[in-house]
Design a protein around this ligand. Structure first.
Ligand code: ZN
Ligand code: ZN
Length: 123
């Protein structure tokens, strides 16, 4: 903050120069909490990398449902429901086309609290 003059926050508090209003601090904490954790971000990066690699293998080029379309994402055969073993176990992975997968989507597990994430690999 370039100026050190006292200021009035939108909530009506008068705040000393260079300080934060308690309401701003509360909002900041709320934002931090809603942000994905470093751990989740790490998983995301790993998921991108590993699924890209998986789909690059010749036997995983086509959608597992037999439609003949190119696979654009990885689907879990058994819904992992947050189970990290199932999530990362490649025996539980199958290549799928995004359209075929979205047909399945209604009954789908909820990813990392972000159910559409898996559908975004390699559009
Ligand atoms: Zn305030
Ligand atoms: Zn298909």
């Amino acid at each position: 903050m370039p100026t050190r003059a006292p200021w009035i926050c939108g909530c009506g508090h008068k705040i000393a120069g260079g300080q934060m209003c308690p309401c701003q601090r509360r909002r900041k904490v709320a934002i931090e909490k809603s942000r994905p954790t470093a751990r989740q971000r790490g998983y995301d990066t790993r998921w991108q990398r590993e699924t890209t690699e998986f789909l690059a293998q010749p036997q995983n080029r086509l959608c597992a449902c037999g439609c003949g379309r190119r696979a654009t994402m990885v689907d879990h055969k058994i819904a992992h429901k947050g189970d990290m073993w199932l999530f990362w176990d490649r025996r539980n992975w199958q290549p799928m086309n995004r359209r075929c997968n979205s047909r399945k989507a209604a009954s789908r597990e909820g990813g990392f609290g972000n159910p559409i994430r898996t559908a975004k690999v390699l559009q």
